[in-house]
Write a protein that binds this ligand. Structure first.
Ligand SMILES: [Zn+2]
Ligand SMILES: [Zn+2]
Ligand SMILES: [Zn+2]
Length: 280
C-alpha cells in the first residue's frame, strides 16, 4: 500500500520553458518538477493490485513510464484545470493493457469540463473514424456527498471528498483511508492521507475532515502571495494547525529551490519531489 508523488510542480512545470533561473538550471533532480499528480497503489481484499490516479495532467505518460505503472483502475479528479486534466487521453493504454474500462470520478464542474474537452471519448459514436480512444465510465461526485462527507469506496480504498477553495473556484481534496481488513495488512502505510493540491483556503466546514492524519499533502506554490495558491508560509501554518504526523508540500514553482527551502522547514514538514514514494 503506497502513495506515489508522480509530479510536484506548478502548472508550467519546473524547469519552465525559456527560464534561466537557478532552480530551472539546477542539477538537483528534486528541482525538476512535472505537473502535480499522484497515485495510490494497494492490493484489494481479493488480492488484485489496484492503482488509483489523482488527476491526469499533461505529463501523465512520462509519469506512468517513470513510475512503472501498469494499470489504472480509477482516476479521481480534484478540479478541471489544464495542468490536472490534459493527460486523460493517455489512459487509453491502460484500457488496452488491462482490457477493462476506467472509472472517472469528478464533481459536476469538472465532469462537464471533461465531457466538453474530451468529446471524442465521451461521445465516441460521433467520431468520423472509430479510432483508439480511452474507455471511461463517468462517475459524478455529488455535492451532497461532499456536504455529508461520504466516502467513495474504490475496492476498499475510501476517498472522502473535502471541499477546498482555489481562489474563487471550489475544488476537491480527498481524505484517503482504507477498510480495516486492507489496512491491517499494511501497518506502516502513510494513511489516512489527505491530498489537497491547488488550494488557497480551507473553508470552515472542511477542517474536521483533515484532523488525525498520518500524512497531509498540501499546495505550497512559492513565497510571494498568489490569489489561487497557498504560499509556503501559509501552507506551513495550516499544516501546523492540522497536526498531521507528516506534511508534504506540492505544486511548487521555480521560486523554491529544494535543498535550501527544505532546510528552513519545521520538523515533520517536507517539500515533496517527483518520484517520492510513501509506504512500500
Ligand atoms: Zn494546478
Ligand atoms: Zn526558472
Ligand atoms: Zn488549478
Amino acid at each position: 500500500m503506497r502513495f506515489l508523488f508522480l509530479g510536484t510542480g506548478t502548472s508550467a512545470g519546473v524547469p519552465a520553458i525559456g527560464c534561466d533561473c537557478a532552480v530551472c538550471l539546477s542539477e538537483d533532480p528534486r528541482d525538476r518538477r512535472l505537473r502535480t499528480a499522484a497515485a495510490v497503489q494497494f492490493t484489494d481484499a481479493r488480492g488484485q493490485e489496484r492503482t488509483i490516479l489523482l488527476d491526469a495532467g499533461p505529463d501523465l505518460r512520462q509519469q506512468a513510464l517513470r513510475a512503472g505503472l501498469r494499470r489504472c483502475d480509477a482516476i479521481v479528479f480534484t478540479h478541471n484545470h489544464v495542468d490536472h486534466t490534459f493527460g486523460l487521453d493517455e489512459v487509453r493504454r491502460f484500457n488496452a493493457v488491462q482490457q477493462s474500462p476506467i472509472d472517472v470520478w469528478a464533481d459536476d464542474h469538472t465532469m462537464d469540463h471533461l465531457k466538453r474537452v474530451y468529446r471524442h471519448i465521451f461521445e465516441r459514436d460521433k467520431n468520423v473514424n472509430d479510432s483508439f480512444v480511452a474507455t471511461l465510465i463517468p462517475q459524478r461526485i455529488e455535492d451532497r456527498a461532499v456536504a455529508e462527507g461520504s466516502a467513495i469506496n474504490l475496492w476498499g480504498a475510501l476517498f472522502t471528498p473535502v471541499r477546498l477553495l482555489h481562489g474563487r473556484l471550489p475544488v476537491l481534496g480527498f481524505r484517503i483511508d482504507f477498510e480495516d481488513s486492507i489496512k491491517a495488512a499494511n501497518p506502516g502505510a502513510p494513511f489516512p492521507l489527505a491530498y489537497c493540491t491547488d488550494v488557497s483556503g480551507v473553508p470552515p466546514e472542511s477542517w474536521s475532515h483533515l484532523y488525525g492524519l498520518k500524512t497531509l499533502v498540501l499546495d505550497a506554490l512559492r513565497h510571494r502571495h498568489h490569489p489561487t495558491h497557498l504560499t509556503l508560509n501559509q501552507a506551513v501554518h495550516i499544516a501546523g494547525e492540522l497536526q498531521a504526523e507528516s506534511a508534504y508540500f506540492v505544486h511548487m514553482a521555480h521560486d523554491l529551490p529544494h535543498e535550501a527551502t527544505q532546510a528552513d522547514l519545521p520538523p515533520r514538514m517536507f517539500l515533496a519531489w517527483d518520484g517520492l514514494v510513501l509506504g512500500n
